[in-house]
Design a protein around this ligand. Structure first.
Ligand code: FES
Length: 136
Protein backbone atom coordinates (compact mmCIF):
# COMPACT_ATOMS: atom_id res chain seq x y z
CA UNK A 1 0.00 0.00 0.00
CA UNK A 2 1.20 3.50 -0.68
CA UNK A 3 2.09 5.76 2.24
CA UNK A 4 -0.70 8.14 1.15
CA UNK A 5 -3.22 5.38 1.60
CA UNK A 6 -1.81 4.56 5.04
CA UNK A 7 -2.07 8.23 5.98
CA UNK A 8 -5.70 8.17 4.88
CA UNK A 9 -6.39 5.05 6.95
CA UNK A 10 -4.78 6.62 10.04
CA UNK A 11 -6.82 9.78 9.51
CA UNK A 12 -10.01 7.76 9.10
CA UNK A 13 -9.41 5.91 12.40
CA UNK A 14 -8.59 9.22 14.08
CA UNK A 15 -11.77 10.91 12.86
CA UNK A 16 -14.02 7.86 13.20
CA UNK A 17 -12.47 5.77 15.96
CA UNK A 18 -13.85 2.22 16.09
CA UNK A 19 -15.23 0.89 19.36
CA UNK A 20 -14.98 4.31 20.98
CA UNK A 21 -16.97 4.79 24.18
CA UNK A 22 -17.70 2.84 27.35
CA UNK A 23 -19.23 -0.51 28.23
CA UNK A 24 -22.09 -0.72 30.70
CA UNK A 25 -20.67 -3.74 32.52
CA UNK A 26 -17.00 -4.18 31.81
CA UNK A 27 -15.13 -7.13 33.33
CA UNK A 28 -11.74 -5.50 32.85
CA UNK A 29 -10.78 -1.83 32.81
CA UNK A 30 -7.42 -0.15 32.62
CA UNK A 31 -6.28 3.41 32.02
CA UNK A 32 -2.84 4.85 31.61
CA UNK A 33 -1.19 8.02 30.42
CA UNK A 34 1.56 8.66 27.91
CA UNK A 35 4.48 9.66 30.15
CA UNK A 36 5.64 12.27 27.63
CA UNK A 37 2.42 14.22 27.05
CA UNK A 38 0.02 13.15 29.80
CA UNK A 39 -2.71 12.03 27.37
CA UNK A 40 -4.83 9.24 28.80
CA UNK A 41 -6.40 6.16 27.23
CA UNK A 42 -8.89 3.90 28.98
CA UNK A 43 -9.83 0.45 27.68
CA UNK A 44 -12.75 -1.66 28.90
CA UNK A 45 -13.48 -5.27 28.01
CA UNK A 46 -16.37 -7.62 28.60
CA UNK A 47 -15.33 -11.26 28.51
CA UNK A 48 -17.20 -14.05 26.77
CA UNK A 49 -15.59 -17.15 28.27
CA UNK A 50 -11.91 -16.79 27.44
CA UNK A 51 -12.61 -14.43 24.57
CA UNK A 52 -12.93 -10.66 24.39
CA UNK A 53 -16.66 -10.38 23.78
CA UNK A 54 -16.73 -6.59 23.60
CA UNK A 55 -14.10 -3.88 23.89
CA UNK A 56 -14.30 -0.09 24.02
CA UNK A 57 -11.79 2.68 24.47
CA UNK A 58 -12.01 6.33 25.39
CA UNK A 59 -9.74 9.17 26.37
CA UNK A 60 -7.70 11.89 24.79
CA UNK A 61 -4.75 11.54 22.50
CA UNK A 62 -3.13 12.63 19.28
CA UNK A 63 -3.93 11.20 15.84
CA UNK A 64 -1.32 8.43 16.09
CA UNK A 65 -2.42 7.36 19.56
CA UNK A 66 -6.10 7.36 18.72
CA UNK A 67 -5.69 5.65 15.35
CA UNK A 68 -3.40 2.95 16.76
CA UNK A 69 -5.80 2.23 19.64
CA UNK A 70 -8.79 2.19 17.29
CA UNK A 71 -7.06 -0.31 14.98
CA UNK A 72 -5.93 -2.41 17.92
CA UNK A 73 -9.33 -2.76 19.61
CA UNK A 74 -11.01 -3.48 16.29
CA UNK A 75 -8.44 -6.21 15.64
CA UNK A 76 -8.62 -7.87 19.05
CA UNK A 77 -12.40 -7.89 19.58
CA UNK A 78 -13.73 -11.46 19.54
CA UNK A 79 -10.29 -13.00 19.93
CA UNK A 80 -9.01 -14.99 22.95
CA UNK A 81 -7.73 -12.75 25.74
CA UNK A 82 -4.44 -14.73 25.66
CA UNK A 83 -3.78 -13.38 22.18
CA UNK A 84 -3.03 -9.97 23.68
CA UNK A 85 0.33 -11.48 24.69
CA UNK A 86 1.26 -11.97 21.02
CA UNK A 87 0.86 -8.31 20.08
CA UNK A 88 4.01 -6.22 20.16
CA UNK A 89 5.47 -3.03 18.75
CA UNK A 90 6.02 -4.60 15.32
CA UNK A 91 2.33 -5.54 15.04
CA UNK A 92 1.25 -1.99 15.88
CA UNK A 93 3.70 -0.45 13.39
CA UNK A 94 2.42 -2.83 10.73
CA UNK A 95 -1.19 -1.85 11.50
CA UNK A 96 -0.21 1.80 11.16
CA UNK A 97 1.71 1.05 7.98
CA UNK A 98 4.87 2.77 9.09
CA UNK A 99 8.37 1.32 9.30
CA UNK A 100 9.73 3.21 12.25
CA UNK A 101 8.58 6.08 14.40
CA UNK A 102 10.68 8.54 16.39
CA UNK A 103 11.17 8.01 20.14
CA UNK A 104 8.50 10.50 21.21
CA UNK A 105 5.86 9.31 18.74
CA UNK A 106 6.40 5.64 19.51
CA UNK A 107 4.94 6.24 22.99
CA UNK A 108 1.84 7.61 21.25
CA UNK A 109 1.62 4.58 18.97
CA UNK A 110 2.02 2.10 21.85
CA UNK A 111 -0.17 3.77 24.49
CA UNK A 112 -3.29 1.76 23.59
CA UNK A 113 -1.31 -1.48 23.56
CA UNK A 114 0.11 -0.72 26.99
CA UNK A 115 -3.39 -0.15 28.41
CA UNK A 116 -4.76 -3.27 26.69
CA UNK A 117 -1.93 -5.38 28.09
CA UNK A 118 -2.35 -3.96 31.60
CA UNK A 119 -6.06 -4.87 31.59
CA UNK A 120 -5.53 -8.33 30.09
CA UNK A 121 -2.42 -9.19 32.13
CA UNK A 122 -4.13 -8.31 35.41
CA UNK A 123 -6.71 -10.97 34.55
CA UNK A 124 -4.23 -13.49 33.15
CA UNK A 125 -1.83 -13.12 36.06
CA UNK A 126 0.96 -11.95 33.73
CA UNK A 127 3.24 -8.93 33.90
CA UNK A 128 4.64 -6.53 31.35
CA UNK A 129 8.22 -7.54 30.50
CA UNK A 130 11.18 -5.24 31.16
CA UNK A 131 11.37 -4.58 27.43
CA UNK A 132 7.68 -3.66 27.25
CA UNK A 133 8.00 -1.31 30.21
CA UNK A 134 10.95 0.40 28.49
CA UNK A 135 9.17 0.69 25.12
CA UNK A 136 5.82 1.93 26.45
FE1 FES B 1 -0.22 12.59 23.57
FE2 FES B 1 0.44 11.41 21.29
S1 FES B 1 0.88 13.44 21.89
S2 FES B 1 -0.61 10.55 22.93
Amino acid sequence: MSSDLYREIILDHYKNPRNYGKLERPDLTSRESNPLCGDIVEIQMALDGNKIGAIRFNGEGCAISRAATSMLVEYIEGKPLEEVKEIDKAVILEMLGVGEIGPSRIKCALLGLKVLKMAAYAHLGAKLSEEELREY
